[in-house]
Design a protein around this ligand. Structure first.
Ligand code: ADP
Length: 289
């Protein structure tokens, strides 16, 4: 059982960008989705929690570990899969995991060998264990990344934009792997992909411009929008006009024409039909407020 408690975290970069604006949140075990558009501040928050950069002010605790003041303690129980998992060109998957296990303090050779074998099997790379990671596909590299993040029984696992660049099959496998990790640890999945959160997370937050603009469960926030989302297929030339007259939360092309979703307490008429709100509606509503 683990709990991550973040209070009033702030970070301004030297160029004046306020990447974290008084971020406070409590996250308990299970899979937590941190959703936000590019530039929202997700990586800044993830890197701060992974002790790779400092905050200007605020506190962050994993159970009783003071993350900001005691980074060495945190690293012992942290599994981190960064946005870009750096690959060691001429090293095999087995060697790479073995090397990281040494870095994480697993000095007993037999124990380490067993652990590495176990992880290679778990991420379905055992057959490829003697091949160079350099030649791996994006999905295979991600699996090496998650395997290394699992070394050392982490209590906090942070995965930053894990599915960007994966094909649908690889993405499914990655999701299954994460869902398998266990319920006793805090897993934070940072992503701009709404489906990642919908498929995996029972709790979530939405971040925009350095602030948390929503936190709760996907189901609760969908309830908030129930009965208020209306859709209509329009002509491409009409998008601007509809944006002026309605609170358009999204427009996307469906079969060659824009399908717009608008937010309205009552039936807007004009050929709109009510639809069940989806997480994408939530996302756009929250970040455009
Ligand atoms: P996200 O992960 O949600 O895309 P980031 O945390 O990477 O967001 O970035 C948040 C904001 O901070 C963006 O405006 C980004 O340009 C800026 N930023 C990120 N890293 C740095 C840095 N090292 N120096 C200056 N600005 C940065």
């Amino acid at each position: 059982m683990a709990t991550l408690k973040i209070e009033n975290l702030n970070k301004v970069y030297p160029n004046g960008v306020k990447a974290l604006d008084n971020v406070s949140i409590e996250i308990s075990n299970g899979m937590f989705g941190l959703l936000g558009p590019n530039g929202a501040g997700k990586s800044s928050l993830m890197r701060t929690l992974a002790t790779l950069q400092e905050a200007d002010s605020g506190t962050a605790f994993l159970n009783d570990i003071d993350i900001l003041n005691n980074p060495l303690e945190l690293r012992k129980v942290l599994g981190y899969l960064p946005q870009e998992f750096g690959v060691y060109p001429k090293i095999t998957a087995e060697q790479l995991l073995d090397h990281i296990a040494i870095l994480k303090g697993i000095t007993n050779n037999k124990e380490r060998k067993e652990l590495v074998n176990y992880l290679l099997q778990k991420v379905n790379l055992y057959e490829q264990r003697s091949k160079s990671v350099k030649g791996f596909s994006g999905g295979m590299k991600q699996r090496v990344g998650i395997a290394q993040a699992l070394i050392g029984n982490p209590q906090l696992i942070i995965v930053d934009e894990p599915t960007a660049g994966l094909d649908p099959g690889e993405r499914n496998r990655f999701h299954n792997l994460l869902a398998d990790v266990g319920q006793d640890v805090v897993i934070i999945l940072s992503t701009h992909i709404v489906d990642d959160v919908r498929e995996l997370c029972s709790n979530m937050a939405i971040m925009n411009l350095g602030q948390l603009v929503y936190q709760g469960s996907p189901n609760n926030v969908l309830q908030e929008l129930k009965g208020k989302v209306w859709q209509k297929s329009i002509e491409r030339t009409q998008v601007a006009e509809y944006q002026k007259n309605y609170q358009v939360i999204s427009d996307k092309m469906v079969a060659g024409n824009p399908l717009i979703h608008v937010l309205s307490e009552s039936n807007p008429g004009d050929g709109f039909e009510q639809v069940e709100p989806n997480l994408e509606d939530v996302f756009f509503t929250k970040i455009n407020n």
